[in-house]
Design a protein. Structure first.
Length: 223
């Protein structure tokens, strides 16, 4: 770690006292000619400690501060000094905090706009998916078609409606969504699984019922 270009303040591991005013033990000190001095005696007592962790805040506070210092602590196991944060001027920290707050507010406004846009896109896509179901299965009750579409196309669900073929309203994807709904709603499939029936066997036992419902919906308009 290169500290040559910076004022370096040490967070000591042992009890140290200022060589000038004898104040101590010191939470922070600066070494001058190998002698510890408190921040007041080193003319750094007016600076505020900014812990590491927020990169943007640290960068802005450092840039705005005419006087600043790096705070380090010796790591025994790694045998090296590690940064703990900065000492910066109070006014500089206030400027940095205001700038970061403005950024956070801008990001929040952008997130809100994106959420509104995504919600509108989801409404349009769910309606299109429901219309595709109605076209393939005119006998499917309209409310059921909307329910199937909303379930299959939920953002982030990983369901068939969010797949590439689902977004393209591919016939196979739309049919798969309807078939899945019938399996869970109109057959004892879920009860079979809960009773310990292997999934493949449970699917085989309800397959005929599913195909019967699908045949009816394909041919019976409104029924």
């Amino acid at each position: 770690m290169n500290l040559v270009a910076h004022l370096v303040v040490v967070e000591p591991l042992q009890r140290r006292h200022c060589a000038d005013c004898r104040q101590g033990p010191l939470p922070l000190l600066i070494l001058e000619f190998n002698a510890p001095r408190c921040l007041d005696c080193a003319d750094l007592g007016h600076l505020l400690f900014l812990p590491r962790g927020d990169t943007a805040l640290t960068r802005r506070a450092r840039e705005a501060s005419s006087l600043w210092a790096v705070v380090v602590r010796w790591h025994k196991r790694r045998k090296r000094y590690e940064r703990q944060g900065l000492l910066v001027e109070e006014a500089a920290l206030a400027v940095a905090e205001s700038a970061c707050l403005a950024d956070a507010e801008a990001r929040e406004r952008r997130r809100a706009r994106d959420a509104v846009r995504r919600a509108a896109e989801d409404v349009r896509f769910t309606a299109a998916f429901a219309a595709a179901i109605a076209a393939l299965f005119p006998g499917c009750p309209p409310e059921r078609a909307r329910t199937v579409a909303a379930h299959a196309s939920a953002r982030g669900s990983g369901r068939v409606g969010r797949s590439a073929s689902g977004r393209a309203l591919d016939e196979a994807a739309v049919t798969a969504a309807v078939r899945a709904s019938v399996r869970h709603v109109d057959t004892p499939y879920d009860a079979l699984l809960m009773a310990g029936t292997p999934r493949n066997e449970a699917r085989a036992r309800v397959a005929e019922t599913i195909e019967g419902v699908l045949r009816g919906w394909r041919t019976a308009a409104g029924g």
